[in-house]
Design a protein around this ligand. Structure first.
Ligand code: ADP
Length: 424
């Protein structure tokens, strides 16, 4: 504002001087015209100098100037100086970011809206075989595994996929995509070769142990039965011991059977057929009523007659486990309701009991292998702690999931939720 006042003051002073001389010489109009034109030309020269300086990027110190122009040069120079500083700082941050992402063991690739590569770290170059020259190329044109292309196309990035490395086929990669910003995505590929090997060893170990335990168990059980059927009467101690051994071998048999079933679920392919769920549920309900001495306790409601694509044997063991639990963990004469129904998006099997319920803290853990709520209580009720792990696996193999809602001392509802696409 001060600079403007100064400029105006100078202009007025010049015009006043020109007017006085003009009146004295009788050339007022001419002198005013000459003064105003000179001022205008001077300003144009300043503008042109400024334009030249700025079009050269405002490099170096600004040229000498007078009045308001000196202020303009000074301010623009200061803005440019602080911008330069900011750029330098930003450059440093980007450099550090590049160095740290290059040090990452996981491959990271930034993808644009059309899945084109915008940036990739060193690990991505090694493990995904990407080159610097691939920048701008669409990634599905370079990594052509169907599982990867499908993953990109479907766009459900809550999930991850497993695929071999395109450069080293013995390396297994876990690939995950995260969306961020406006249409950008970050692809992360992690080397899980070692983890997969350990997981396979665990599966093989469980499968072998449970298989190998079967024969000695059968022999043991056979001898125990023979001992019980002996004609000469046994001493009370002997008969008690044999009964205990029989109970324990029975328990062990259940454990081995459940472990084998779980290990088959992990290793064997499914036998997919169209399964008549209403008939299957009817059979399971009748069997369980007999097995668990629960005549008249089960109420089966079939709201839909829907069949689903699946493995009947696996579904039977999952549903049987849930129904068995509902009967086991609720009072002897309470109701257990089984309902097969359809919603807009799902087919749902609900099993509801009026039992002891499960606390909110325990619900996330009950599908873990060998997890039993309240160990003391659980010992009174026969079980292996593997039933719900089997249910979870079976459902996972059918693209379904288990939902548990429960209230302590009131009861629980276990729902198997299948996507509607499974209907056949
Ligand atoms: P288990 O052989 O012990 O029944 P599961 O894996 O089937 O093993 O169940 C794990 C635990 O979850 C059980 O020990 C029990 O405490 C709890 N549970 C399962 N179903 C129910 C139910 N319907 N009501 C109450 N608790 C249940």
């Amino acid at each position: 504002m001060d600079a403007l006042k100064k400029e105006l003051g100078l202009l007025l002073l010049l015009l006043l001087g020109a007017s006085i001389i003009g009146i004295m010489t009788g050339q007022l109009a001419l002198l005013l015209f000459v003064t105003a034109t000179s001022m205008l030309i001077w300003q144009l020269v300043q503008i042109s100098r400024f334009e030249r300086w700025i079009s050269n990027g405002g490099a170096g110190k600004y040229p000498k100037a007078k009045g308001i122009w000196e202020d303009i040069y000074y301010h623009v120079y200061q803005i440019k100086k602080s911008e330069k500083k900011r750029k330098k700082k930003l450059g440093k941050i980007i450099d550090q970011f590049r160095k740290s992402t290059d040090a990452l063991p996981d491959a990271a690739v930034v993808l644009g809206k059309d899945d084109e590569i915008e940036w990739a770290n060193t690990a991505a170059k090694n493990v995904l075989g990407l080159q610097s020259s691939d920048r701008g190329q669409r990634i599905p044109n370079l990594i052509r595994y169907p599982v990867f292309v499908r993953y990109l196309n479907i766009g459900n990035f809550n999930e991850t996929i497993i695929m071999p490395s395109p450069t080293h086929s013995h390396i297994t990669l876990l690939v995950r995509i995260v969306s961020y910003g406006a249409g950008l995505r970050l692809l992360i590929a992690q080397d899980v070769t070692q983890l997969r090997k350990i997981e396979q060893m665990r599966k093989d170990f469980v499968a072998n142990v449970s298989h190998e335990l079967r024969t000695p168990l059968t022999v043991l059980k056979g001898y125990l039965e023979t001992l019980q059927e002996l004609e000469q009467p046994l001493s009370p101690l002997m008969s008690h011991s044999i009964q205990q051994m029989q109970e324990q071998s029975e328990r062990m048999q259940y454990l081995v059977d459940d472990l084998l079933l779980l290990s088959n679920l992990e290793t064997q392919p499914k036998r997919i057929l169209c399964v008549d769920i209403p008939t299957l549920l009817d059979k399971i309900c009748k069997e369980n009523e007999k097995l668990n001495n629960s005549a008249g306790r089960i109420e089966l409601t079939l709201e839909t007659k829907a069949h689903i694509k699946g493995d009947e044997h696996e579904l039977r063991s999952a549903f049987s486990n849930l129904l068995g639990n509902a009967l086991k963990y609720s009072p002897p004469r309470s109701w257990v309701k089984v309902c097969w129904r359809q919603t807009n998006q799902n087919l749902i099997l609900e099993i509801t009991d009026e039992g002891e319920g499960i606390s909110d803290a325990e619900i996330p853990r009950i599908t873990e292998r060998f997890y039993r709520v309240d160990v003391k209580r659980a010992h009174k009720v026969a079980g292996t702690g593997l039933g719900l792990a089997i249910v979870k696996h079976v459902l996972l193999r059918h693209d379904a999931h288990l939902v548990v809602s429960s209230e302590l001392h009131k009861g629980s509802t276990f729902s198997c939720v299948f996507p509607l696409e499974k209907k056949c």
